[in-house]
Design a protein around this ligand. Sequence first.
Ligand code: MLT
Length: 206
Amino acid sequence: MDTVATTDFIHVYEPGADAGRPPLLLLHGTGGDERDLLGLGRAVAPGASLLSPRGRVLEGAMPRFFRRLAEGVFDEEDLRRRTHELADFIGWARQRHGLPAPLAVGFSNGANIAASLLLLRPEALAGAALLRAMSPFAKPPTADLGGKRVLVLSGAMDPIVPAGDAQRLARTLSASGASVDHRILPAGHGLSQGDIGLLTGWLGQA
Ligand code: MLT
């Protein structure tokens, strides 16, 4: 698979006042854009720099980070290609803004590409909070995730992500050496106050 070297992502970069906080890479869900998670990022990590790209794939009019063949059925070749594009963009943004590796905060489709980044380009991220994530690969690649922290927040009533799927992802990441905290909340696919509280606490330990 070719690595596509591109830095051509529509994005927002907000420098943070607190250099001690790791920057956040905000990855929106299907139909979102680069502005969607800025408020969440400011709320859960005050003072952190925020880097928020818009997914480059369009499903109808809805931006996404990679193609899918049906709901929950991913085009894995496209996923790999888009993951490398995003990792290259992160590298470019880090150089341009003088940033350490960010912590990803991804929701839904954004969480799925964050999981793919961890597995395919682990150097791109310091860790990740995966909100309503699924296993991005049928057969996950092996990766060395030693030293990386991952928070997986699932909804017990999520109609899009089967419970076993998020568990499989958490097991894969853990078997790859990441320190994984997987919580299942009494929620659906949307985020709840419980998510915000857990995310804020987890980021506070970074
Ligand atoms: C995906 O396509 O990444 C997942 O089905 C979640 C979604 O975006 O609906």
